[in-house]
Write a protein that binds this ligand. Structure first.
Ligand code: TXA
Ligand code: MG
Length: 323
């Protein structure tokens, strides 16, 4: 059974105790819900991979209560410090070289010499990190390959009975996962578009390389981030992107005035607001997936600016041929 916890101090302390005991606890962040374990406890980290059915070569993000705590475990060049000062706490993950003294379980980083670190901005995530006092290794709280959760209901739909507890944390303000930027090489490299816009990132540190285009064959060859499997975030129904029309047996993921004729419509943002659309994206995929009588999902075009980059990345993965 999975215990349902609330946002009270008592329940957050209970969650920290569970983590200390090596158990798995799901909690809200400003991006999506994560399923956390004590990052220093290799067995607890292994349990995350088992609960999600996640391939062991796909490393996890470690969540810290502060920049100081994070940079005590990884080597942070000037650029990383600037990004931390600008975007932390917030939806940005940095991949940096582990310090030789880094106590985080090697399995959390899938044996790599780098570690992904982030300081989340959600009040529940922050309180849990502080109460626990150690880094929390936490991927999104969904079964591997599935759609990320933005509510307790989504978490339980995938992981009920597989994790010790989930903290009811309210909504996820951003709604798509953190931006992952690799700063371990000679130049910054965008591994995953996400909650921090590329534009904002580049305003802070200058040009950032982008190499991976989801859905393209070369993606697998240029794969820098083992977790960036092309087919990912996949709803059960097949999905087509940038749809110009919709069939009666399809659910429509609308952005702006909806195309006529759909079997069901989920509106991401009537006014075409990308932040609103990102916050509603996974809710929409979960909802259409559960709607009766649909044979597929048609997603309307979303512009490639701001959070549109992250939205299109997730839609492309959802649309990619299933591996
Ligand atoms: O917003 C988020 O980032 C959420 C919340 C819970 O924080 N977490 C999340 O975790 O999305 P996950 O495991 O679903 O995605 C982590 C991504 C994966 O694509 C993984 O491959 C990449 O980060 N990653 C982690 N460590 C890495 C490393 N050392 N080198 C390269 N990529 C890494
Ligand atoms: Mg994930």
């Amino acid at each position: 059974m999975t215990e349902l916890l609330n946002r009270t101090d008592r329940d957050v302390l209970r969650a920290a105790d569970l983590l200390r005991a090596g158990a798995l606890v799901a909690f809200g962040t400003e991006t999506v819900y994560g399923v956390g374990a004590d990052a220093l406890n290799a067995q607890a980290v292994a349990a995350i991979f088992a609960a999600k059915g996640r391939p062991h070569f796909n490393p996890l993000i470690c969540h810290y209560e502060s920049e100081e705590a994070a940079f005590a475990h990884v080597e942070a060049p000037e650029m990383a410090r600037r990004l931390a000062d600008t975007f932390w706490p917030g939806p940005l993950t940095m991949v940096l070289p582990r310090r030789v003294t880094c106590p985080v379980a090697l399995l959390a980083g899938a044996g790599l010499e780098t570690l992904a670190v982030r300081v989340p901005a959600h009040p529940v995530a922050m309180r849990l990190c502080r109460a626990f006092g150690r880094p929390i290794a936490a991927p999104s709280a969904n079964r591997s390959g599935g759609v990320s959760p933005t509510s307790v209901a989504h978490v339980l739909a995938g992981l009920e009975g597989r994790i010790a507890a989930v903290i009811e944390s309210g909504p996820c303000r951003v709604g798509v996962e953190s931006t992952v930027v690799d700063l371990s090489g000679p130049e910054p490299f965008l591994l995953r578009p996400g909650g921090v816009n590329l534009e904002a990132l580049e305003a802070a540190i200058g040009p950032v390389r982008r190499g991976i285009t989801p859905g393209r064959a070369e993606a697998s060859r240029t794969l820098r981030s083992p977790g960036l499997l092309v087919s990912h975030y996949a709803p059960a129904l097949p999905l087509r992107m940038a749809a110009k029309d919709v069939r009666a047996d399809e659910g429509l993921l609308a952005f702006g005035p909806p195309l006529p004729g759909a079997g069901a419509v989920f509106q991401l943002s009537e006014s075409g607001n990308l932040n609103e659309a990102a916050a509603r994206l996974f809710e929409g995929l979960h909802w259409l997936d559960a709607a009766a009588g649909l044979a597929g999902i048609a997603a309307m075009p979303v512009p490639e600016t701001g959070l549109g980059l992250a939205i299109n990345d997730r839609l492309a993965r959802a649309a990619a041929p299933r591996g």
